[in-house]
Design a protein around this ligand. Structure first.
Ligand code: DX5
Ligand code: ZN
Length: 217
């Protein structure tokens, strides 16, 4: 398999067909499936919660990568773990006690991800490196698919240096296209989330474009 993993975001899929959409993108070469949970409070949009994740789970063979854009977080972690999330990512901006949140994620049995918005620096990340498996560097302000890429090359390069030899993924989320993805891979990212760029032009009935789009990123 290639060095860079592609994690299609089902935010850009047909919400009435999540099961079939997950099977289709995996058949077409997706490495992980990225699941965007939004609460209408931490971000100005609402998607779905643990019950939908549990319903999707049997339709994903590989990694279910759950990105929580919610506040508060802690009271919902167990529910997403029970729903079968392999990775649970919480935002450093979502509350005053991210250390406790990450402890709770690991205690739930899931891998722990830490997401940072475009306006957030790496200061707070440094103290958390020994309790995380992934850093999600947002390259849009979270809440919606299809937004323009915000260049975080410098942040990703500094993060890669900070991580050193630790086994921590750097995931990029937002605005990934065949033009922007190589910039982030070169800067040190190894997982690229892509929603609109993967699902455009295809459907469950016509999934081949998903594969072409994945290979083009
Ligand atoms: C943004 C979400 C992203 C989004 C990416 O709030 O976290 O995962 O779906 O969508 P695109 O690839 O369309 O920018
Ligand atoms: Zn996301």
């Amino acid at each position: 398999s290639r060095a860079i993993k592609i994690a299609p975001s089902i935010l850009a899929a047909d919400f009435a067909n999540f099961g079939a959409e997950c099977r289709a993108v995996e058949d077409q070469g997706a490495d992980w499936v990225h699941v965007d949970v939004m609460d209408g409070h931490f971000v100005p949009n609402i998607t779905f919660g643990p019950a939908t994740c549990a319903a999707i789970r049997p339709h994903i063979r590989g990694v279910m990568d759950v990105h929580l854009m919610i506040a508060p977080v802690d009271m919902y972690i167990e529910g997403f773990a029970k729903a079968g999330a392999d990775i649970i990512t919480a935002h450093i901006e979502a509350g005053p006690h991210i250390h406790r949140t990450l402890q709770a994620i690991r205690a739930s049995g899931a891998k722990a991800g830490l997401a940072i918005n475009p306006g957030t620096g790496l200061d707070g990340v440094e103290n958390l490196l020994d309790m995380i498996d992934l850093v999600c560097v947002m390259t849009v302000n979270p809440g919606f698919g299809g937004q323009n890429f915000i260049d975080m090359t410098d942040k990703v390069q500094r993060l890669r240096a900070l991580i050193g030899a630790r086994p921590i993924h750097i995931e990029i989320d937002g605005g990934m296209t065949p033009q922007t993805a190589p910039l982030m891979a070169r800067a040190g990212a190894d997982v690229l989330v892509a929603g609109s760029a993967v699902f455009k032009g295809g459907s469950v009935a016509n999934p081949a474009p998903y594969g072409e789009n994945i290979r083009a990123i």
